[in-house]
Design a protein around this ligand. Structure first.
Ligand code: GLY
Length: 571
């Protein structure tokens, strides 16, 4: 088919803009295109990598539904996007099926049984974040494979078909982009430091765009999953390889931990914003609750009339972010282990009370922003994908290894990276994690507990039907980015593409600084400075939002973030 415009990026990689209503061309792993935006009639997938989006699209075209396509896309991401796509990490899926049933699937990693509260505290009382952020001890028990099988009960096609594209990509290889080559080259010294066997990611000399990455060990692991289902990962040879890797490197994950892991369906976190119903992820994600708090704190404040990126609008949004994140630090954690006061902190009167101290044009001092009273950076390598099919099944999945390339530890002989998700626990009260977030009792380490997450796969419904399917990586910036994307569309009336592409900002209470993305207007920054806001280091890019918007005529507008190799596919 003909593209409206294509730009040659490397010998093998083009960036293309599809004409309206076009079908994505079949992609070859050895020459493929990035498609940033498209409008499709029958189905759309948007993810961090063109070959992963293509894998999902091929499943839709074979008669699979959006759940099938989301599974195939995730498995392909585990091969072509090792920074965050994974089988050694975890994630969340939020979906609405064509019959209206809503799902929130939790396959977040868990602390191993031998984990304990002070496992990262040294003899002198200091918290050792090196150990929580890299290497064998930083890994939680992976949840992704259990999640994929739990999701599959709502799919239509056999799992064997869904995993086939990932196996082919791992076995035959694919050419890497410039960003991937950079990532792998930057990773080399860590890979050497934290691996007990040389992984496929290490090459003699430097990686460059257009090189082929073949992952034979990973292909064999994926085949064991294809042939034995969940047990192909949590038992048998793969489990043996994980446990052997843990023993070589001083990690804690045991055979019993792997066998005991289960993914969990939970009640989605739902709320109403004006005429829209928002369906988000509940605990152990802070995402749904933070989004609820932030949107409700602006709902009656006529933000649309203030104008996009005006000092007034940005200040209001910053102040609601600060209040919500103070609550995150105090109250949020795995609700299976800690009584999280969700009802109280999302109650309208509580949120009105929280905004009593808000003064337009002036930052509320941080010490006055303590969590409300209740009775009773990008190393942000998470990744998001959004899918919709012709029947209106809508799926939002965010999945992660935590840091870019997780713990930097590849399971010897099994070919996949393990997560460093243990750092998402509060390893010591007041000690910030890699995203600068602090926490306490609610998010302290306990065996079998899930660490608090910011991942926020989100659906916005209009009259009960999918309108927006959205999510992003970005650690603690995830909920504030989704907040902005939604406000951009629902309040500022922005196009889907502008809502994703325009510069973002972020505040999380502590550290007490406003972070701006490159391109944020200087005059607004100056106005905020005059109000008394302090600024963190400017960020080159905040997150990578993948959005599908359902147009009034029923067609799907898919937007892949411009901030990476993200790509849309549709037909
Ligand atoms: N590891 C990032 C998150 O779950 O929030």
């Amino acid at each position: 088919m003909k593209y409206a415009a294509c730009f040659l990026v490397t010998t093998a990689l083009f960036v293309c803009l599809l004409p309206l209503g076009a079908t994505t061309q079949q992609q070859s792993p050895f020459q493929y295109q990035i498609e940033k935006t498209l409008i499709a009639k029958r189905g759309a997938v948007v993810s961090a990598h063109p070959l992963a989006s293509q894998a999902g699209l091929s499943i839709l075209q074979k008669g699979g539904n959006a759940i099938d396509a989301a599974i195939a896309t995730q498995l392909a991401l585990a091969v072509v996007y090792p920074n965050a796509g994974n089988i050694g990490g975890g994630g969340f899926m939020v979906a609405q099926l064509k019959n209206g049933k809503q799902l929130a699937l939790d396959y977040r990693e868990k602390a191993p049984a031998k984990a304990h509260r002070d496992m990262y505290i040294e003899a002198d009382g200091t918290a050792n974040t090196d150990k929580s952020q890299q290497g064998h001890l930083s890994s939680g028990v992976p949840g992704t494979v259990a999640g994929l099988f739990a999701a599959h009960q709502y799919g239509k096609l056999p799992f064997k078909l869904l995993i086939a594209p990932a196996i082919a990509l791992a076995e035959k290889g694919f050419v890497i982009t410039a960003a991937e080559a950079r990532g792998l080259n930057n990773l080399k010294s860590d890979l050497k430091k934290y691996n007990t066997q040389t992984p496929a990611f290490i090459k003699d000399g430097e990686w460059k765009a257009g090189d082929t990455l073949v992952q034979t060990d990973l292909a064999n692991t994926l085949k064991r999953i294809r042939d034995n289902g969940q047990a192909g990962f949590y038992a048998g040879p793969t489990a043996d390889l994980i446990v052997a890797e843990m023993q070589r490197g001083g990690g804690l994950i045991s055979k019993e931990d792997l066998l005991a892991y289960t993914a969990q369906y939970r009640e989605p976190h739902r709320f109403q914003y004006k005429e829209y119903s928002v369906v988000g992820m509940p605990m152990p994600s802070s995402g749904g609750v933070l989004l609820h708090q932030m949107l409700k704190m602006i709902e009656d404040r006529s933000i649309a009339s203030m104008g996009f990126h005006s000092p007034d609008a940005v200040q209001l949004m910053t102040e609601v972010m600060r209040r919500a994140y103070a609550d995150r630090a105090a109250y949020m954690g795995d609700a299976d282990f800690y009584k999280v006061p969700v009802k109280q902190i999302t109650d309208d009167s509580y949120l009105t009370q929280r905004m009593k101290s808000f003064v337009a044009g002036k930052p509320t001092p941080s010490n006055e922003l303590q969590p409300g009273a209740v009775a009773g950076y990008e190393s942000e390598e998470t990744t998001h994908l959004s899918v919709i099919d012709k029947n209106g099944n809508a799926v939002a999945v965010t999945t992660t290894l935590n840091n870019s390339y997780g713990s930097r530890t590849v399971v010897g002989g099994a070919g996949f990276l393990l997560n460093d998700e243990m750092d998402d626990f509060s390893i010591k009260p007041g000690v910030p994690n890699m995203f600068g977030a602090v926490g306490g009792e609610a998010n302290a380490i306990q065996p079998g507990k899930r660490m608090l997450s910011s991942m926020a796969p989100t659906l916005v419904l209009k009259k009960g039907k999918p309108y927006l399917i959205v999510g992003t990586p970005g650690g603690t910036t995830i909920p504030t980015q989704i907040f902005q994307t939604l406000v951009n569309i629902l309040e500022f009336g922005m196009s889907a593409q502008d809502a994703v592409y325009k510069p973002k900002f972020h505040h999380q209470w502590l550290p007490d600084e406003l972070v701006l993305e490159k391109g944020f207007p200087d005059n607004t920054k100056t106005a905020l400075q005059k109000m008394g806001y302090k600024f963190g280091k400017e960020r080159g890019g905040i997150g990578r939002t993948e959005l599908i918007l359902v147009r009034p005529d029923g067609r799907f507008e898919a937007i892949a973030d411009k901030r990476g190799d993200d790509s849309a596919a549709g037909y």
